[in-house]
Write a protein that binds this ligand. Structure first.
Ligand code: SF4
Length: 186
């Protein structure tokens, strides 16, 4: 009993193993059994959504859930580093205080009302489609243009590479929009 208690004492382990107190001899049982949170997770490569520097990120996921987002050591831009903003990308997606409702002020109304995100998305889709229907131009000076100048899109800094790809594909090829830009477009 006493022997076992003593063997758990790091100083005793240090004396017995001849270690300098910075290796396994200084670890508690709990520390020895700790596992990294990304153990067993799959990883996908992405780019930090926040700014045009474009630091590389590794997105770890397990059972269709995000586990962690960390700097990508193989990125030639950032070599594993993320600034404080890029480091909180995981919280951007998972924080419980993330807003899930939308504030809406109806035309001529003086007050805001809260509506579900789904409803807001449907309203935006209806308006986009209506505007396209009313502004789509097939020919300009006899030349085929097949576009609309009635809608523009300005992306936010938190759009990632995959979202920007889909936006570009849908809005240009799909809807015929010309005016598309994004804060992190480098
Ligand atoms: S916000 Fe920070 S981590 Fe993200 S791309 Fe810009 S510099 Fe890199």
């Amino acid at each position: 009993m006493l022997r076992e208690l003593l063997s758990r004492w790091p100083v005793v382990r240090q004396i017995k193993t001849g270690g300098n107190g910075t290796g396994p001899e200084a670890m508690s049982q709990r520390t020895r059994t700790l596992k990294p949170k990304i153990e067993g997770a799959k990883v996908a490569r992405s780019v930090c959504p926040y700014c045009g520097v474009g630091c590389g990120q590794l997105v770890f996921h397990k059972n269709n859930k995000l586990v962690s987002i960390e700097g990508d050591p193989e990125s030639p831009i950032s070599r594993g580093r993320l600034c404080p903003k890029g480091s909180d990308t995981f919280q951007l997606h998972t924080h419980p205080a993330r807003l899930t409702k939308v504030k809406y002020r109806a035309p001529y109304s003086r007050s805001w009302q809260e509506i579900p995100l789904e409803q807001a998305m449907d309203m935006i889709a209806d308006r986009v489609w209506d505007t396209r229907e009313h502004t789509f131009i097939e020919k300009d000076d006899g030349a085929s243009v097949m576009h609309t100048l009635g809608i523009a899109h300005l992306g936010g800094a938190t759009l990632d590479v995959e979202e920007n790809y889909l936006i570009r594909k849908l809005f240009t090829g799909g809807l015929g929009m010309n005016c598309i830009s994004n804060q992190a477009r480098i």
